[in-house]
Design a protein around this ligand. Structure first.
Ligand code: ZN
Length: 203
C-alpha cells in the first residue's frame, strides 16, 4: 500500500510556513514503512532537532480506481480517521531551499501515525468535520474540513489522475495551522468530532 499526502490544503497553515498558495494540490508519497505500530511510541529520529506534528484527516481507500470523477469519489472510501504526518522541519527546510525532494524529512521510519478508523456514515457532513490535536493536554492544532482548499473528494479525483488508487491506500488530506515541535515525553492525543481518534507518546 501507499500513503498519498497533500501539502498546503489549509490557508492558515500555508501562511504560517510562509508558503505560496498553490494552483493545484501539492502531492507527495510516503511508503508503508513510515507507519508506526498502533499504540506504540513515536521515536524521535537522530537526524533532526525539530520534528513537527501535523494532524490530518485521513481516509482509507477501499476500491481500486484511476481517473475517478469527483462526484463518484465518495464510493472509494468508507473509513475515516486522523493521522499525524511527522515532519523533520529542519531537514525539510534545507531540502526545500535546495529544491530537493522531501522524502528524508517526511518518509522516515515511524513518520506516519494512525489511530482508530471510523465508519464515515456516522458523520453528518464530511466537509464539516472538526478535529484537534492536544499536546500534553493543551490544544495545539484545531481545524475543520470546511477550511480545506480542496475537499476529500476533490483530492481523490485529483490524485487518481496520477496514481492508481488501490485497496488499503491511505490519503492524508493536509494539516491546519498550529504545527509545532514534539520533544521527548510529549503526549499527543487527537480527537475527531470529539471522539478519541489517536494517542501516542513521544520517545
Ligand atoms: Zn502533512
Amino acid at each position: 500500500m501507499k500513503i498519498i499526502c497533500i501539502g498546503r490544503n489549509y490557508a492558515a497553515h500555508i501562511d504560517e510556513l510562509h508558503n505560496e498558495r498553490p494552483k493545484d494540490p501539492v502531492v507527495f508519497l510516503k511508503p508503508d514503512t513510515t507507519i508506526g505500530q498502533k499504540n506504540h511510541p513515536f521515536y524521535l529520529p537522530h537526524f533532526s532537532n525539530d520534528v513537527h506534528h501535523e494532524i490530518e484527516v485521513v481516509v482509507k481507500i477501499n476500491r481500486i480506481g484511476k481517473h475517478i470523477q469527483e462526484q463518484f469519489a465518495h464510493k472509494y472510501y468508507q473509513e475515516i480517521g486522523l493521522g499525524i504526518d511527522f515532519t523533520a522541519r529542519d531537514l525539510q527546510q534545507t531540502l526545500k531551499s535546495k529544491g530537493l525532494p522531501w522524502e528524508k524529512a517526511k518518509a522516515f521510519d515511524g513518520a506516519t501515525a494512525l489511530g482508530n478508523w471510523f465508519d464515515k456514515s456516522q458523520f453528518e457532513d464530511l466537509n464539516k468535520l472538526h478535529f484537534e490535536l492536544r499536546k500534553n493536554g493543551q490544544v495545539v492544532q484545531k481545524g475543520t474540513t470546511a477550511q480545506m482548499l480542496w475537499s476529500i473528494d476533490a483530492l481523490i479525483a485529483y490524485v487518481s489522475q496520477f496514481f492508481t488508487l488501490k485497496i488499503g491506500d491511505i490519503l492524508f488530506t493536509g494539516t491546519p495551522s498550529g504545527v509545532g515541535p514534539v520533544v521527548e515525553n510529549d503526549r499527543l492525543e487527537a480527537f475527531l468530532e470529539g471522539q478519541p481518534a489517536l494517542q501516542l507518546n513521544v520517545k
